[in-house]
Write a protein that binds this ligand. Structure first.
Ligand code: PLP
Length: 380
């Protein structure tokens, strides 16, 4: 697919800012349509079949967003009063308005995360509730995030995911993967998507991030689970009608090889690594601390293994970001005084060099951070 360049702004705030390719727009225009709540939309049906095939699962469901995908997955797996084990910094825990409590009627047991985004597996084993104890909620789901945003987009390795699944299954509980950036993980690990998905019972992945589609996510898993998730989607108002218009770009994105958008994610990873290397060489850039890079001192470019770069500046952060904005470069404030830059479709190697030059200039013209304003060892 050709690159869609959009003027002089290099927008690294997120991979959600990507615009659809010209081929996607054409496919949207030409998409065959039907009423998807009746199961009549051939383009949605084709997308769901392709998603299930690609991840090696029985069935799939097209939903409006990653948040909705995680929510209906929880509705598909859990009953009221049950509990999910999920990483403390993950999207399900912190960024979905407690949908698990508000809509699903469940609690979350937050698991401590290590800088490589994994959990201590003995702690996981101990986190399961005693089903004989009348006081406790019932453990009903384990949910992991792959890639894991707050650890600088680290991919969780297959061997680790297998072990988590084994423990969950030994307790009779399914494993859900919040794979908003699942294909970034698969590409970074050199695995086929179905290999990385194999240990999980369900996976949610987003079309609207690095795959450059304008909207949409998919939930994949066993047929009966997907049927329950489909009911959940209707409950939350996500039953859409001639939605093949939105599914059509997804079908292109999920094609194999250079015709699709998965393989090219490797380019985003290379660009993120180059960005991290260039930033690390600049006076005034340092370790973000916390899960993104636990060691204080210089930024370690080796932490950038997918499309996220998280760093800290020994400057007033807001002024620094304003100075970048003035040069047409957008980055975003992230947790614990850090800054996040995300590479994606539409940003190329030349842009990265421009970004680095802008960062050098912005650092020179920005005032130092007030003493004590920059904590060194944030934990998340
Ligand atoms: C890890 C993760 N999960 C879920 C989501 C939710 O996706 P959406 O914004 O489509 O609701 C995001 C969004 O950035 C995310 O980063």
């Amino acid at each position: 697919m050709t690159t869609d360049r959009r003027g002089e702004i290099v927008d690294l705030r997120s991979d959600t800012v990507t615009h659809p390719t010209p081929a996607m727009r054409k496919a949207m225009y030409e998409a065959e349509l039907g009423d998807d709540v009746f199961g009549d939309d051939p383009t949605v049906n084709a997308l769901e079949e392709r998603a299930a095939e690609l991840l090696g699962k029985e069935a799939a469901l097209f939903v409006a967003s990653g948040t909705m995908g995680n929510l209906v997955s929880q509705l598909g797996h859990l009953g009221r009063g049950q509990e999910t084990m999920a990483g403390a910094t993950t999207h399900i825990v912190s960024d979905e308005q407690a949908g698990h409590a508000v809509v699903v009627g469940t609690s979350i047991k937050q698991m401590a995360e290590r800088p490589d985004a994994t959990w201590d597996l003995a702690e996981l084993n101990d986190a399961f509730r005693d089903p004989r104890d009348l006081h406790e909620p019932i453990s009903g789901l384990v949910a992991i995030e792959n890639t894991h945003a707050h650890s600088m987009g680290r991919p969780l390795p297959l061997e680790y995911v297998r072990k988590v699944a084994e423990i969950a299954h030994a307790h009779g509980v399914p494993l859900h993967v919040d794979g908003a950036r699942f294909f970034n993980a698969a590409v970074a690990l050199g695995l086929k998507p179905r290999e990385l998905a194999q240990p999980a019972d369900s996976v949610m992945f987003c079309l609207s991030k690095g795959l450059a589609c304008p909207i949409g996510s998919l939930v994949v898993g066993p047929r009966d689970f997907v049927a329950r998730a489909r009911r959940g989607r209707k409950l939350v108002g996500g039953g859409m009608r001639q939605v093949g218009i939105l599914a059509a770009p997804g079908l292109l994105a999920l094609r194999d090889g250079p015709a699709g958008m998965i393989e090219r994610l490797a380019e985003d990873h290379t660009n993120a690594r180059r960005l991290a290397e260039g930033l690390a060489a600049l006076d005034g850039v340092e370790s973000p601390g916390g899960l993104a890079q636990p060691t204080p001192g210089p930024l370690d470019p080796g932490r950038a293994v997918t499309n996220f770069v998280i760093f800290r500046v020994r400057r007033n952060r807001a002024e620094f970001l304003d100075a970048l904005r003035g040069r047409g470069i957008l980055m975003i404030e992230y947790s614990h005084d850090t800054i996040r830059a995300v590479t994606h479709y539409g940003v190329d190697a030349t842009d990265i060099e421009r970004v680095l030059a802008a960062c050098a200039a912005a650092l020179r013209e920005t005032s130092p951070a007030a003493t004590g304003a920059v904590p060194q060892a944030a934990t998340t």
